[in-house]
Ligand binder design. Sequence first.
Ligand SMILES: [Zn+2]
Length: 298
Amino acid sequence: MNSTYELPLDEANYSFGFLDEFAKREVRRSILKAIAIPGYQTPYASREMPMGRGFGTGGLQLTLSLIGTNDTLKVIDQGSDDSVNAVNLRHFVELTCPGVDTTEQTSEATLIQSRHRIPEVQLTEEQVLVLQVPYPDPLVVVEPSEARRKIMHGEGDYSRLLTKLYEDIVQFDEITISHRYPTRINGHYVIDPSPIPRYDIPRLHRSKALILLGAGREKKIYAVPPYSVAEPLVFDDVPFRIEDFRDEHGCRRPCCRCGAMDSFLDELIADDGSKTWQCSDSDYCNQRLAEQTHKVSA
Ligand SMILES: [Zn+2]
């Protein structure tokens, strides 16, 4: 008996992109609907993937449904191409999509799958960004019933979400949400923009690239189409603020590798308790380092 279960994945005879053509068509139809209604959580029949839900299966199904042999794929996790999740997802696509190129350079990629970050360099109209989403609905923190949440979304009723933000201000003097900041798309639907940091929210606004968000476990796809208006929920007298990475003297910390003063930084804590800060976007950091080395040697 020659069951595919007995074969390693690279020898198993899977169709291009792992998913069957019917499944990919269904995902693409849902993507079109999501683009037509910016910010609307479009349900789709999320398939079982050979990895646990919560490890990017939603993003992966979007990627596999869109990718073709003329595409170049970049996969990042927390801004890094080398983290375990990113390496595994990239390896899976390489195995199941023969002929597809992969890259670590943001500017070379036509399709970028990401968890937790939007790349530092500005994306173009030729690129599609796929974000892996754990919790698609921003209203889940204030309303447990999905049926009621659907009505609230339909009516654009986000008063309870605003109340939640207001409670933060009363308690902490500012809105304390660091990730998943609720963001209104094209003046109607409020989305949970995956767990990207606040720092990345302004990049959603009028993005040249199509941004697709996929939640595999929750079976939802939604989109921020190119040039959409994306506004974080705020109050008139409490402006939206992004992370500024200032030290105790009020100066912005530079990246300890490349010295960047304009990137999102990860805080690294050494064994002795000392802290350093480094660009979370590894490609951005490497490119800057390469440029500096080039200048020194020239
Ligand atoms: Zn850096």
